[in-house]
Design a protein around this ligand. Structure first.
Ligand SMILES: *[C@@H]1O[C@H](CO)[C@@H](O)[C@H](O)[C@H]1NC(C)=O
Ligand SMILES: *[C@@H]1O[C@H](CO)[C@@H](O)[C@H](O)[C@H]1NC(C)=O
Ligand SMILES: *[C@@H]1O[C@H](CO)[C@@H](O)[C@H](O)[C@H]1NC(C)=O
Ligand SMILES: *[C@@H]1O[C@H](CO)[C@@H](O)[C@H](O)[C@H]1NC(C)=O
Length: 325
């Protein structure tokens, strides 16, 4: 069943995108998916501790483990590289995860690389070359900003260290993200505080309407911040295989810092978080991109780096991959 469903979805979306004349056949399922995770500048807190080592970027290891747990391998995507690096990497990987972080404006390497990759992914998908993107937290916000034509519809809010259920929108169960979800996952998400929120920016439905992108996406769920502000918690693009959540499904199983009190670690929070990992890795299985050589694949994988135990210094992340290039 799970193999048949994507074929139907792809065929339908192909018609919606105006490719009715050409039959886009769903690629045979790629069971060796490789997903790129975008790196970013060190946070001030990481810089304070490891700054003298002159690292230029990092990735929290929880995102890597999240994807690996669902059957993908990970390639770190570096910031501040030339265009050819990004075109080479996106043509070698099967999906992109844009993680949470602090700053996405185009003055940051993360924001610039995110914009380049987003535009490349649009081009690929427009050519019928299925390429999915997942945005988490700041990655969610970056996708909104780019979809809005680099107009920032966010407002300041306070959803820091807050565990919440999802309040689903009508029709959410017809979405790509949630239509394959078993009722156990949907029921837990709807009733238990299993999503880990760590954001001080929010977008509301009204702001998305003003930004003129409400017709490009399906808003799938909302949550409320500490002050009772209702904000968008999950959406997917109507046209492209782009998915985003404001919460952190990688945290329940992989982040244990005692500074933060409300990361859910219940069995049910792990169950629903695993669903999101499996969903996105299954999306990546629909891409047939490959590295040009086995050597290039091997030298690109995250396995070439060892994570640092940052949790021992009470940092937000338990383990981080640091990069100097
Ligand atoms: C970091 O950069 C500073 C300034 O350029 C240099 O003095 C120092 O040796 C570098 N540290 C390492 C570990 O490379
Ligand atoms: C960043 O984006 C803004 C708004 O679109 C634009 O005015 C500015 O030139 C951009 N800066 C860079 C460095 O690309
Ligand atoms: C979606 O949910 C609605 C209301 O909860 C229900 O009536 C409908 O049957 C569901 N549709 C699917 C496809 O599960
Ligand atoms: C980390 O936090 C614990 C508990 O508050 C404290 O006892 C410990 O000294 C802190 N360690 C560091 C390296 O800051």
């Amino acid at each position: 069943m799970s193999l048949l469903r994507p074929i139907v979805v792809l065929a339908l979306s192909a018609v919606c995108m105006g490719y009715a004349a050409t039959v886009i056949t769903a690629p045979s399922s790629n069971n060796r998916p490789i997903i790129g995770v975008l790196s970013q500048e060190l946070s001030r807190s990481l810089e304070n501790e490891w700054g003298e080592l002159n690292y230029t970027s990092f990735i929290a290891a929880s995102y890597v483990k999240f994807l690996e747990s669902a059957g993908a391998r990970v390639v770190p995507i570096k910031i501040n590289r030339e265009m050819s690096y990004y075109t080479d990497v996106i043509n070698s990987i099967n999906g992109l995860l844009i993680p949470g972080g602090a700053n996405f404006y185009n003055t940051s390497g993360y924001g610039l690389a995110g914009e380049i990759l987003y535009n490349l992914a649009i081009d690929l998908n427009n050519q019928g070359d299925y390429f999915p993107i997942w945005g988490t937290c700041l990655g969610f916000e970056l996708l909104i900003y780019l979809m809005a034509g680099k107009d920032d519809p966010r407002i300041v809010c306070d959803a820091w260290d807050k565990a919440d259920p999802l309040d689903f929108e009508i029709g959410f169960n017809k979405s790509k993200i949630f239509s394959p979800a078993p009722s156990s996952v949907v029921d837990i998400l709807a009733t238990e505080p299993v999503t880990a929120n760590f954001h001080r920016w929010c977008v509301t439905k009204e702001l998305l309407t003003e930004a003129n992108i409400v017709n490009d996406i399906d808003i799938l769920a909302t949550s409320v911040d500490h002050e009772g502000l209702r904000y968008v918690a999950a959406f997917e693009s109507k046209t492209y295989p782009f998915f985003a959540v404001q919460f952190h499904p990688e945290k329940p199983a992989y982040e244990w810092n005692i500074r933060e009190k409300n990361i859910p670690h219940t069995a049910n929070s792990i169950h629903v978080s695993s669903y999101f990992a499996e969903f996105f890795v299954n999306e990546a299985r629909k891409s047939t991109h490959q590295f040009p050589t086995l050597e290039k694949e091997r030298s690109s994988l995250i396995y070439n780096y060892a994570p640092t135990y940052t949790g021992a210094a009470n940092k937000t992340y338990d383990q981080c991959y640091f990069f100097t290039d």
